[in-house]
Design a protein around this ligand. Structure first.
Ligand code: TEU
Ligand code: CA
Length: 595
């Protein structure tokens, strides 16, 4: 029993695909992220693939999502699991073929869903022919497609500290790699095998726009653009402030986050690729370090840049800024305040994306909820309720709808992720106790999100008939899609109701947002309002009962309970059980603001 259920969606499944004239379809949409390597394996090689995904489209349709964002499937040496692309216009044989992408587009469209592909425009693989050509000689016509620089003045190339700037890279010590062929360094903000493209060169931008148009012509419905706010670099490239650790590296952030030409570049991309297209292709820009002020400009429709951004403020709150692996305690008050700040900042122009998890983040239930078996399901439903009832477009990361948890890594050898391996090595080299570094990885590693999707209770959770590339979480016999599909009380069924609620109630998609009880460390409460319809969301993020002491609480407790993760309460009070979440509705008269 999970409380009152919303009426079944008034729209038939096939009607879910919005008409072409619907230019803001994504404001009422829920988007599901597929990490193809870990979703479903069709051929027993242990790696998820497109035919595997194709075989699961009915599952996605039954969840009710409007669109699928798929992480990269392009040709790639897989140094960073496909975020290192060597051919933007082909599929890696590991994942399938272009014909499989066509089938995916058709299969999703038939079921009323759209396809958003993930494009990595800041860098390519070092095996991309553009880079092979660029590195071949200083006179190459593509030399200027990447960032080449000589050694620092007065220092021989390759000597310590001779890198053109002191920037640290995300996945290796220096952001510069010396290339012996020409004796110059190239820039790579991420791995050594992910050289940064030079967006100052109009030929580079033109080639990327042509590629994006080619995908739209093929039928995709939009783009998630990887680290897109890093494409404009501040010139001249300069040293950044020294980072803690005393290894001489500096923070280059100010030189490449939302750089001087970023708005110009995104406007140009929009004009060259998106403007005038049928179906209002969606653009969502992944933007680490983006400020709210910048996001308001990026996402204001009047700017014609992107429809929404992935910002990082709320997922950085529990991260020690001086040590990317270290975890610091997260206060509920900070988390609520952060989301509320973005709600307010993008209330009149612009639009929020809403997420707790993705392929780079630990599992949401382990991080913000409780993975304790006594509370796991309730807390997974609670987190979903709170997130999906905010204003913006919610994203569901594969397995989140099952309440999948972090993986109990027992040794650093079990971790495949390039980022985790890099930070582990760095920590241990700097003298940190390996057991402590492993404990941090257990909470932090991106591989927590990348263990295979848990389909059923058969070996390897039904993900593969072979050996999975990353181990399946041992909790799969109890946490899997098959067990949850027919169970009205499951996390999966709850997600279906929540997604339907957004489709059915305009106030969920468009209503304004007011945070209540900002200082409460256990209760997350807010209202939403559109015209005369008002919703109250109350949630208890603690292991014991807690009362939501909101003004006019008693009136609310007598209102219609739209959705809850517990059986209806015995008394009309706002005393919530452990990890209980409730959504109330009242309407019919215009309400004064509460709180
Ligand atoms: O991630 C961008 C990014 O900044 C990540 O480093 C992220 O903050 C970090 O992994 C969190 O632990 C994007 C992709 O989502 C990621 O998978 C890629 O590795 C990265 O870009 C490089 O393309
Ligand atoms: Ca496979």
């Amino acid at each position: 029993m999970t409380g009152d259920r919303p009426a079944p969606s008034s729209r038939p499944a096939a009607g879910r695909q919005p008409a072409d004239s619907d230019t803001a379809w994504w404001r009422r949409a829920v988007i599901y992220q597929v990490y193809p390597r870990s979703f479903a394996d069709s051929n027993g090689d242990g790696i998820g693939d497109l035919p595997g995904l194709l075989s699961r489209l009915d599952y996605l349709a039954s969840l009710g999502v409007d669109a699928v964002w798929i992480s990269p499937f392009y040709r790639s040496p897989q140094d960073d699991n496909g975020y290192d692309i060597s051919d933007y216009q082909d599929v890696d044989p590991m994942f399938g073929t272009l014909a499989d992408v066509d089938a995916l587009i058709a299969g999703l469209h038939e079921r009323g869903m759209k396809l958003i592909i993930d494009v990595v425009l800041n860098h390519t693989s070092d095996e991309h022919p553009w880079f092979t050509e660029s590195r071949s000689s200083k006179d190459s016509p593509k030399r200027d497609w990447y960032w080449w620089r000589p050694a620092r003045d007065g220092l021989p190339a390759g000597s310590p500290g001779a890198e053109p700037t002191n920037w640290r890279s995300f996945f290796s010590p220096s952001a510069w790699q010396l290339d012996e062929a020409t004796g110059e360094y190239y820039l790579h903000l991420f791995s050594v095998r992910q050289p940064d493209l030079n967006w100052e060169n109009p030929e580079v931008r033109g080639a990327l726009y042509a590629m994006l148009r080619w995908w739209l012509d093929r039928g995709v419905d939009g783009f998630r653009m990887d680290v897109i706010n890093m494409v404009s670099k501040r010139l001249p490239l300069r040293d950044g402030p020294p980072l803690p650790g005393g290894d001489g590296y500096g923070d280059g952030w100010a030189s490449f986050i939302s750089g001087p030409r970023i708005h110009e570049f995104l406007r140009e991309l929009h004009a060259e690729v998106i403007a005038g297209r049928d179906g209002a292709p969606l653009t969502v820009g992944e933007m680490p370090g983006v400020s709210l002020d910048d996001a308001a400009v990026f996402t204001d429709p009047a700017s014609a840049e992107v429809d929404m951004v992935f910002q990082f403020e709320h997922v950085e709150l529990d991260r020690d800024p001086s040590d990317r692996l270290a975890v610091r305690p997260l206060r509920l008050t900070s988390l609520k305040a952060s989301l509320a700040r973005w709600q307010a900042g993008l209330a009149t122009a612009g639009w929020n994306s809403l997420y707790f998890g993705n392929h780079d983040q630990p599992r949401a239930v382990s991080r913000y909820g409780s993975a304790d078996p006594a509370h796991r399901e309730a807390s997974a439903k609670l987190l979903a309720t709170v997130l999906h009832l905010h204003r913006g477009t919610p994203y569901v990361y594969q397995g989140e709808e099952l309440g999948m948890t972090n993986y109990p890594f027992a040794s650093a050898d079990e971790i495949a992720d390039i980022e985790s391996r890099h930070y582990y090595r760095q920590a241990v080299d700097a003298g940190q106790d390996p057991a402590q570094a492993l404990a941090a990885l257990r909470r932090r590693s991106r591989d927590n999100a990348r263990t295979p999707m848990q389909w059923d209770a058969s070996p390897h959770a039904g993900f593969t008939t072979g050996t999975p590339w990353l181990p399946v979480n041992p909790n799969y016999p109890g946490i899997n899609a098959a067990a949850q599909a027919g169970d009205q009380d499951s996390v999966l069924s709850y997600y279906r109701r929540l997604i339907a609620l957004r489709h059915d109630l305009p106030v969920v998609a468009e209503g304004d947002f007011t945070l209540l009880l900002p200082g409460d460390e256990r209760i997350w409460a807010f209202t939403r309002r559109l015209g005369a319809t008002e919703l109250l969301v109350v949630a208890n993020l603690s292991d014991g009962p807690a009362e939501a002491g909101i003004p006019a609480g008693r009136d609310w407790a007598a209102a219609e309970l739209l959705l809850s993760n517990y059986p209806p309460p015995a008394a009309a009070t706002l005393v919530l059980r452990a990890w209980e979440a409730r959504v109330y509705r009242r309407s019919g008269r215009a309400q004064p603001p509460v709180g």
